[in-house]
Design a protein around this ligand. Structure first.
Ligand code: NDP
Length: 492
């Protein structure tokens, strides 16, 4: 019996006993078998979340009490870090050490929100009247559906669960069906930490089936979603019916601009990392290289050389530098994306195919790929591959670099390299993306907001705003010397 759904404070199997196998992207072996929720299980989870919220069993706790719970969860996550990292690398195929880094980031996320909960919430407003006290108070928003992707499964869920708990919301977590194990582990810890029954619920199964009620049901107040643009559009349409609050973290096609006056060695090294880390399965991957024409050959030749040397391998391969793609379907998408780029006129300089090493035969390994001679109008430049594919464009002037960097429907992140601090600051300010790195690419901290401009999403995770997504704001006006309003003559 597989009982991996967590509903109303109890672990249970699917109501019809359904379960499904999770396969390693490295070698296709079965790494877990988990329950697959039915529609009635989803209804039970929504009911449990709604009833627990409305009862005040948790939403009435003070911020301090909820912060203490979240800090305890951080401690328990730290205790189980390696066990969880193992599950994460089994599901995603990523190297165990990368999964360890991810779990450390998860712990930092919980600690950040625990600390944020201890800060002063709300404020007094001076309305200019001695007999009136006016206060802004922050209240838990209600019941949230928290839907996450497969690339950083636990981290992306943590960015939602930690603030939801500090805010006092009840919620239903839905991880990707491809990567459910770390969410199960998190839910066990949430239970162990003493979270009241019904507050935290876990539903497993395919998004198109079990996700639909989580975005349609009128009892849900907020959908916080990280995933692809198409699913984000579906969620936004569904949310319109009941005017749900939305927090959407969607894709990116992130410009990485290198000026001729940059520290070229550092820029090249970071460009390789930005594009090929986790085989490009990173929403903020720097897969769109925009390089000044005069250094194009120097930069691109060296990137191509280094890309060709990247060692691919499974979770426990000590020589591996990055891992497989998540699934056969995703590998097929990335292959087609590259073929389309070449058909449009891009020049394939390296990669462009599946690894043919015998040790990769059972896994979804795609070689780091560079497409040169690209222009902004090409499909491969406008769309996200979510794989290890870098496109290269050139510019001659600062204005051109900015225009190219902004010529995208997305707006998640970008980078700019130059030793001219004023120029770099001008470009950073002109780029319409949610995070800009100057002479760097990739780092983030839980204390800093994360999110997208344009079609990369709505709202922000992390930082202080990341908690605000889970709070309602109420204004309470108290008249301490009540009198008649005197507006209508009839009352005189
Ligand atoms: P998807 O949009 O396919 O899936 C994301 C989640 O939504 C999964 O849990 C999925 O379930 C679920 N889902 C799918 N369809 C529905 C539906 N109709 N209703 C409710 N839930 C649904 O994205 P991927 O998992 O493929 O993730 C890759 C995408 O996520 C990329 O575009 C990437 O850029 C983006 N992303 C953005 C980040 C950011 O911070 N902006 C961070 C990480 C990823 P299931 O998988 O079980 O079908």
């Amino acid at each position: 019996m597989v009982a991996t759904l967590y509903i109303d404070g109890a672990w249970r199997q699917a109501s019809d006993g359904s379960a499904h196998d999770v396969h390693s992207p490295h070698d296709q072996r079965i790494v877990a078998t988990v329950s697959q929720a039915t529609q009635s299980d989803v209804q039970d989870a929504i009911t449990a979340a709604r009833e627990s919220f409305d009862s005040g069993i948790f939403s009435s706790w003070s911020f301090n009490e909820r912060s203490a719970l979240v800090a305890k969860i951080a401690d328990l996550l730290e205790r189980d870090a390696d066990l969880i990292a193992r599950k994460e690398s089994d599901d995603t195929g990523k190297r165990f050490i990368e999964a360890q880094y991810d779990v450390a980031d998860v712990v930092s996320t919980f600690r950040h929100f625990a600390a944020l909960g201890l800060k002063e919430h709300g404020r007094v407003v001076d309305v200019g009247l001695d007999h009136v006290s006016s206060r802004i108070v922050h209240e838990p928003l209600g019941v949230a559906s928290l839907i996450g992707p497969w690339n950083y499964p636990l981290l992306q869920i943590a960015w939602k669960v930690a603030p939801a708990l500090v805010a006092g919301c009840s919620f239903i977590v839905k991880p990707s069906e491809l990567t459910p194990q770390s969410a199960i582990a998190l839910m066990k810890i949430i239970e162990e930490a003493g979270t009241p029954k019904g507050v935290a619920n876990l539903i497993l199964g395919p998004g198109s089936v079990v996700g639909t009620p989580l975005i349609n049901d009128p009892r849900i107040d907020l959908v916080s979603f990280t995933g692809g643009l198409t699913t984000g559009q579906t969620i936004m349409r569904a949310a319109a019916t009941t005017i749900k609050k939305l927090a959407l973290e969607l894709g990116g096609k992130n410009p990485h601009i290198i000026f001729a006056d940059a520290d070229i060695e550092a820029a090249i090294d970071n460009a390789v990392t930005a594009a090929f880390l986790h085989s490009g399965q990173v929403c903020s991957a720097g897969t769109r290289l925009i390089v000044e024409r005069s250094i194009h050959d120097q930069v691109v030749n060296e990137i191509v050389r280094r890309a060709g040397l990247i060692t691919l391998g499974g979770p426990d391969d000590r020589l591996a530098e990055t891992g497989p793609l998540i699934s056969q379907a995703h590998l097929s998408n990335v292959s087609q994306y590259v073929e389309k780029g070449v058909a449009e006129g891009a020049q394939l300089l390296v990669g462009g195919k599946r690894s043919d090493l015998p040790e990769h035969a059972q896994g979804w390994y795609y070689l780091p790929t560079v497409l040169d001679n690209c222009t902004s109008k090409m499909f491969c430049v406008q769309e996200e591959s979510f794989g290890p594919v870098m496109t290269v464009e050139v510019f001659d002037t600062e204005a051109q670099a900015i225009a190219i960097g902004n010529d995208t429907p997305f707006g998640l992140s970008g980078g700019v390299w130059s030793k001219d601090a004023e120029k770099a600051a001008r470009v950073a300010s002109a780029l319409r993306h949610g995070t800009i790195w100057v002479n760097d690419f990739g780092p983030y901290r839980p204390a800093a907001e994360w999110g997208g401009y344009k079609q990369s999403g709505i709202g922000r995770e992390l930082g202080e705003h990341g908690l605000g997504e889970y709070l309602e704001i109420k204004h309470i006006w108290t008249n301490n010397a009540p009198s008649r309003s005197g507006w209508f003559r009839a009352h005189e």
